[in-house]
Ligand binder design. Structure first.
Ligand code: 5GP
Ligand code: ZN
Length: 117
């Protein structure tokens, strides 16, 4: 069924608590945890608990949960006291996506160049 946990998905395992992560926030529908390979002083991933391969698939199937992910991004920024930050949804391997479970990168705490690389 769409959205069901996948046995072979790293982020489903983190959401279920089967793989440890430094969790900073959790709601009924989302989990936020620190990226294992941080690219900025604040680098937190916000994931939906449901499994979709990218943000667009999540938004198409469960728009309310996609909105929850965006709301949590702001809450993470508030908790981390970063006024300016970037939300990144890498989509497709050419854009650097390596985990096929929708996730928002929240990056902040340093200067962020525009345009990004
Ligand atoms: P993507 O490259 O798909 O946009 O982002 C995946 C992110 O997950 C990467 O930034 C990577 O560092 C992070 N990551 C990969 N494996 C783990 C892990 O086991 N724990 C945590 N906390 N982050 C991970
Ligand atoms: Zn998953």
């Amino acid at each position: 069924m769409p959205g069901e946990p996948q046995d072979d998905c790293l982020f489903c395992k983190i959401a279920a608590g089967h793989i440890p992560a430094t969790i900073v926030r959790e709601t009924d529908t989302t989990v936020a945890f620190r990226d294992i390979n941080p690219q900025a002083p604040t680098h937190v991933l916000v994931i939906p608990k449901v499994h979709y391969e990218n943000a667009a698939a999540l938004a198409a199937a469960e728009p309310a949960v996609a909105a929850d992910v965006l709301r949590e991004a702001q809450s993470v920024a508030d908790d981390e006291k970063v006024e300016s930050y970037r939300i990144v949804f890498n989509t497709g391997s050419g854009a650097g996506q390596t985990v096929w479970h929708a996730h928002a990168h929240i990056l902040g705490g340093r200067g962020l160049e525009w345009p990004p690389g």
